[in-house]
Design a protein around this ligand. Structure first.
Ligand SMILES: Cc1cc2nc3c(=O)[nH]c(=O)nc-3n(C[C@H](O)[C@H](O)[C@H](O)COP(=O)(O)O)c2cc1C
Length: 208
């Protein structure tokens, strides 16, 4: 009887864990976007968004462009120093917070509820974007935190951020890179340690 209860409990825990991870639609590599040169021409910071939620396909394409797996060996659209892949990408929406898994192209929910206010910090406009992407530098995964490592990780996080900026420009979405946020509150919510640092965020939405 005891074994039966244990097995049933393990099954329920497993089902609950699976329910918290959802696969994203396949990224649309054939998506019609601006040319590279036109993308640079159009790139700009936008601080006003429609409150319409992002479609699943747009979110999928956005996350893949940011740092999705683009080769069978597991390398990503964003290069990282020594291929450490140490940047965590969190997705904040009105419904909750999820962590992007580049290898599986899936999202794992890590918190429920609307926490976009702690990403917005003192800039209210950022709360109005349906999605806020938060980039967290994970020095534990990088394996070092000396001065050189800090420069390298800073570059890596900037590359992910610029992938987001350029995808938005190419696909007609609106965004702005932001250093402003309530870093402490985000670390607490996401249960991050002092080596896992929210560095920059991008609110993303459709134009007003
Ligand atoms: C590292 C970095 C941090 C930034 N932080 C903020 C911010 O906290 N809030 C904000 O509204 N804009 C922020 N910006 C956006 C800049 O203000 C903006 O890029 C700059 O004014 C140039 O405008 P443009 O992006 O339209 O060319 C940041 C940009 C960068 C690159």
């Amino acid at each position: 009887m005891k074994n039966l209860v244990l097995a049933a409990t393990m099954l329920l825990v497993g089902i609950a864990a699976m329910a918290q991870t959802r696969n994203l639609p396949k990224p649309n590599i054939q998506r019609k976007t601006l040319s590279v040169m036109e993308t640079y021409k159009q790139r700009k910071s936008v601080r006003e968004y429609s409150n319409k939620p992002l479609s699943d396909q747009d979110l999928s394409d956005l996350l893949w462009a940011a740092q999705g797996k683009n080769r069978p060996d597991g390398h990503l659209t964003a290069p990282t120093a020594m291929n450490k892949q140490e940047i965590r990408l969190y997705v904040f929406t009105a419904k909750g917070v999820s962590l992007y898994n580049p290898q599986a192209h899936s999202l794992t929910q890590v918190a429920t509820g609307d926490h976009r206010d702690i990403v917005a910090g003192r800039q209210d406009f950022a709360k109005t974007a349906p999605v806020s992407l938060v980039m967290v530098a994970d020095f534990d995964k990088f394996g070092a935190k000396n001065e050189h490592s800090q420069w390298m990780v800073g570059v890596d996080v900037g590359i992910v951020c610029q992938n987001i900026n350029l995808f938005c420009s190419a696909a007609g979405l609106c965004t702005v890179p932001r250093g402003t946020m309530d870093q402490k509150a985000i670390q607490t919510l996401l249960k991050l340690n002092t080596n896992q640092i929210p560095v920059i965020n991008n609110p993303v939405g459709y134009g007003k």
